[in-house]
Design a protein around this ligand. Structure first.
Ligand code: S3P
Length: 477
C-alpha cells in the first residue's frame, strides 16, 4: 500500500491529484479478512431471462497485473476481474514495488521492470489463489532475495512441487512443508540458468511460472507441453514486447514454447475479456430451465478455454455465439442461450485442458441430460481448490444424482428429468463447487444448500446478485 500513498504525502492538501487517489484507494474492493462461512440456498425457479455481462477473465487479470509490474512505464488495464484472487496478486506485486492504483473500472500499474522487484518485507498471503502462488513463484525465484508465501487452508494443501522442481533446476531454492506444500520460502537468484522442461502435467500455471522465471534468465528458456494449455501468458509476453517462439511438437497436439531472456518489457494497455469459466454458470442454468432466454455478453472464447461450449453444443444446448469479435487480442462473443433438452455424451480426455475448470458445472448439466455423460482425463481435478472430483461426486450423491467416480473419470447418469435436489453440499473452500451446486438447486425438484458461499468472491464477486437479476432465487440459508 505504501507505494500508493507515497505521492499523496507531499501533495496532500495542495495538489489536485491527492484526494482523487485517496478516493480511488477507498473504492478498491477490500480483501476479506473474515473466514466466517456463509451458508446459501438456491430454490427451484421457473425460468431465467435477461442480459448480463460476464466478469473479467481471472487468468488474464492475474497476468495483466504481473506483466504490468514487469514492464517499464504505465500499463492501463480495463475490465480487470475485481475478485479476491486477483486482489491477492495486486497486493503481492505492490509488496514487490509495483505501484498499482484503481480509478473506477480502470487499473494502472507502474512496473519495476524485469528483475527489478524489491524484497517484500512480509509474508505474501495469496489467499485461495493457486494462479497467484504458481505464477509469482516464477517471478520471486528469479530475484536475488528470499521471500515467503502462504495461503488459506485450501491453497496450503495444493501441490507446489510442480513449480519447485523446474525452478530449482534453474537455480532457485525452496523450503516447504511436507510434500512441497505452502507456506513456502523462495530463495531466489538473479543468476538463473535456462532450461528445457517437459511438463509432467498439463498445467498453464506451471508453464507460465517457468516462462516468467525465464524473463530474468540469460538465454532461451523452453517449456514443452505435451497437451496444449491456455496460452494467455504467451500472448501477453508478445504484447509486452518479449520474443517468444511457439513450435508444434511433432506427431502430437503439444507445443514447444521458448522465451528469450532479458527483454525490456514495455507498458501496454490491456482490455480483459469476460471469463468463460464464470459465464458458464449462467449459461448452464439457462439451459436447464425450459423457457429461459439469457444473453451473456462479452465472453472470451479463446479456443484453449472454450471446451465447455463445444461440449454443451454436442449435448444439444440451444446456444448461439452472437457478435463474434476480437477484444484485446482474444476472440470474444455474446452467448445467447435458451432452455434446452440435453443428452448424455462422451467428453474425450484430450478436451480436458480446454475446460479444466468447467467439469463441476458440466456434471450439473449432465445430471439433467437424458442418458449418461462420460468424462475422461480428470486426474488434475484432484489438485484444484478442493479435490474437485470427490467434491463433485459428493455433491451429486447429496442430491440424488446417480454417478460413478473413477480415479480420473466421472460418469453421470441423467434421466432427462430434474434430479431430487434437497441436499447440503460441502464446498471445501472451492468457489466453483459452490456456484455449480447453487445452479443445480435452481432446477432440481427441491432446494439445494451449500455450507459456504464465501469463496465465490475469489472469482465471481456479485454472482448471487447477477443470477438473482436473471430470476434466480439464491439467498442466505
Ligand atoms: C489457470 C490454469 C489452470 C486453471 C486455473 C487458472 C491459469 O490451472 O485451473 O483456474 O490461469 O493459468 P492449472 O495450470 O493447474 O491447470
Amino acid at each position: 500500500m505504501s507505494c500508493v500513498f507515497h505521492p499523496v504525502k507531499t501533495k496532500f492538501g495542495h495538489g489536485r491529484r491527492a484526494p482523487r487517489r485517496i478516493l480511488a484507494l477507498l473504492r478498491e474492493p477490500a480483501l476479506s479478512t473474515s473466514a466466517a462461512p456463509v451458508k446459501l440456498i438456491a430454490h427451484p425457479i421457473k425460468r431465467l431471462e435477461g442480459r448480463v455481462r460476464a466478469p473479467g477473465d481471472k487468468s488474464v487479470s492475474h497476468r495483466a497485473l504481473m506483466f504490468g509490474a514487469l514492464a517499464l512505464g504505465e500499463t492501463v488495464v480495463s475490465g480487470l476481474l475485481q475478485g479476491e484472487d486477483v486482489l491477492r496478486t495486486a497486493a503481492a506485486l505492490r509488496a514487490l514495488g509495483a505501484q498499482i492504483s484503481r480509478d473506477g473500472d480502470v487499473w494502472r500499474v507502474r512496473g519495476f521492470g524485469v528483475g527489478g522487484g524489491r524484497e517484500p518485507d512480509d509474508v505474501l498471503d495469496l489467499g485461495n489463489s493457486g494462479t497467484s502462488a504458481r505464477l509469482l513463484s516464477g517471478i520471486l525465484a528469479s530475484h536475488p532475495f528470499t521471500s515467503f508465501m502462504t495461503g488459506d487452508g485450501s491453497l496450503r494443501r495444493r501441490p507446489m512441487q510442480r513449480v519447485i522442481e523446474p525452478l530449482s533446476r534453474m537455480g532457485a531454492r525452496f523450503q516447504s512443508r511436507e510434500g512441497g506444500r505452502m507456506p513456502l520460502a523462495v530463495i531466489g537468484t538473479d543468476e538463473m540458468v535456462p532450461i528445457e522442461y517437459t511438463l509432467p502435467v498439463a498445467s498453464a500455471q506451471v508453464k507460465s511460472s517457468i516462462l516468467l522465471a525465464g524473463l530474468n534468465t540469460a538465454g532461451d528458456t523452453t517449456v514443452i507441453e505435451p497437451q496444449a494449455t491456455r496460452d494467455h501468458t504467451e500472448r501477453m509476453l508478445r504484447h509486452f514486447g518479449a520474443e517468444v517462439r511457439v513450435e508444434p511438437v511433432e506427431g502430437g497436439p503439444g507445443k514447444r514454447i521458448t522465451v528469450v531472456g532479458w527483454p525490456e518489457l514495455k507498458a501496454r494497455d490491456i482490455i480483459v475479456p469476460g471469463d468463460p469459466s464464470s459465464a458458464a454458470f449462467a449459461v448452464v442454468a439457462a439451459c436447464l430451465r425450459p423457457g429461459s432466454d439469457v444473453m451473456v455478453e462479452n465472453v472470451g472464447l479463446n479456443p484453449l478455454r472454450a471446451g465447455l461450449y463445444t461440449t454443451l453444443k454436442e449435448m444439444g444446448a440451444n446456444l448461439l455465439f452472437k457478435n463474434e469479435r476480437e477484444l484485446g487480442g482474444e476472440p470474444v462473443a455474446d452467448l445467447h442461450v435458451k432452455g434446452s433438452k440435453l443428452k448424455g455424451i462422451v467428453v474425450p480426455a484430450e478436451r480436458a485442458p480446454s475446460m479444466i475448470d468447467e467439469y463441476p458445472i458440466l456434471a450439473v448439466a449432465a445430471a439433467f441430460a437424458e442418458g449418461t455423460t462420460h468424462m475422461h482425463g480428470l486426474a488434475e481435478l484432484r489438485a484444484k481448490e478442493s479435490d474437485r472430483l470427490s467434491s463433485v461426486a459428493a455433491g451429486l450423491a447429496a442430491n440424488g444424482v446417480k454417478h460413478e467416480m473413477g480415479t480420473d473419470s466421472l460418469a453421470v447418469h441423467g434421466t432427462g428429468a430434474a434430479p431430487a435436489g434437497g441436499g447440503l453440499v460441502t464446498t471445501h473452500l472451492d468457489h466453483r463447487i459452490a456456484m455449480s451446486f447453487l445452479v443445480l438447486g435452481l432446477a432440481a425438484r427441491a432446494p439445494v444448500a451449500i455450507d459456504d458461499g464465501a469463496p465465490i468472491d475469489t472469482s465471481f464477486p456479485g454472482f448471487v446478485a447477477l443470477m438473482n437479476g436473471l430470476g434466480a432465487k439464491i439467498e442466505a440459508a
